[in-house]
Design a protein around this ligand. Structure first.
Ligand code: NAD
Ligand SMILES: O=C(O)C1=N[C@H](C(=O)O)CCC1
Length: 267
């Protein structure tokens, strides 16, 4: 918080949060830049892309770095943002338990030496419809014998399955385990490789890449004689922006690592 002299004397003025966008030239990064520029309480202080250095971002007024880059670069970027003294909001996919663990250790090590804790928010999907779909799927999973996930995306997506589908499958698997459910029924004996999709924690995940799509997911849950389908569609990347901006505004209040936007919503 800063102060400003006015006709009424010295009044507190809440400073805008300085935001640096990493991957700023990309599909998501450029949309985040527009959203930050349109928000009164945020200030876009840097657009960073491949080959740019993040070390000097604090000096140009950045307190939060937002990363939408590529799975191969994201972990190094987050460590570099933390070393530069920035909070990090991360939408890039490709995380594993191991890479999340290294970021958790790093931020906790830094925070042990700081009075103001740094925060990192990593979410595979910032769209409300997707966050709710994941939550509903996890709630429903215990009641159904069968569960499969179909994700459908634009053909320029570099990873498959999507980070959202991986998280959804893991949540479903966890709920099934907690409920004491065994394997999903599947009598397939012969198949062409890949025909049954990838298997994530025992849940089959199918990836469609199709011109015209943005980001979509269906969770199929089946019992004898009935089916529940949960579907989320992002038709436009603006769907991710309320979640990204929420995380940018909240990350400084959450020292350490937060995984998933659901952790920041009152669900
Ligand atoms: N969490 C979410 O809600 C959400 C939503 C959409 C996309 N994503 C994920 O975000 C990521 C980016 O998606 P996209 O469609 O914007 O990709 P994109 O290819 O359009 O953009 C990636 C950008 O990152 C840049 N880049 C690559 N390496 C870099 C580095 N080392 N440092 C800085 N910049 C670098 C590229 O030059 C490019 O401009 C993907 O992992 C995607 O799955 C997440
Ligand atoms: O367009 C993408 O790429 C997306 N990536 C995320 C994922 O892998 O789940 C979120 C949806 C869009």
């Amino acid at each position: 918080m800063t102060t400003r002299l006015s006709a009424l004397g010295t009044v507190p003025v809440v400073s805008a949060i300085g935001v640096a966008v990493v991957g700023a030239a990309g599909r998501m990064g450029s949309t985040v830049c527009e959203a930050v520029e349109a928000a009164d309480d945020l200030e876009l202080v840097a657009r960073v892309d491949a080959e740019d250095d993040v070390a000097g971002l604090a000096a140009v007024g950045a307190s939060v770095g937002v990363d939408f880059t590529v799975p191969a670069a994201v972990e190094d970027n987050v460590h570099a943002l933390l070393d530069a003294g920035l909070h990090a909001v991360v939408g890039t996919t490709g995380w594993t338990e191991e890479s999340l663990g290294r970021v958790r250790d790093h931020v906790e090590r830094l925070n042990a030496e700081r009075s103001d804790g740094l925060g990192v928010v990593i979410a595979p999907n910032f769209a409300l419809s997707a966050v709710l779909a994941m939550r509903f799927a996890a709630q429903a999973a215990r009641y159904f014998e069968s569960a499969e996930v179909v994700e459908l995306h634009h053909p320029n997506k570099v990873d498959a399955p999507s980070g959202t589908a991986l998280a959804t499958a893991r949540h479903i698997a966890g709920a099934r385990r907690d409920a004491g459910r065994g394997d999903v029924p599947d009598a397939t004996e012969t198949q062409i490789d890949g025909a049954r999709g990838a298997v994530v924690d025992g849940v089959h995940v199918h990836a469609v890449r199709l011109r015209g799509l943005v980001a979509h997911e269906e969770i199929l849950l089946g019992n004898p004689g009935e089916q529940l389908t949960i579907r989320t569609d992002s038709f436009d990347r603006v769907s991710f922006m309320p979640g990204v901006l929420l995380a940018v505004r909240e990350v400084a209040r959450r020292p350490g690592l937060t995984v998933g936007l659901d952790q920041m919503l009152d669900l």
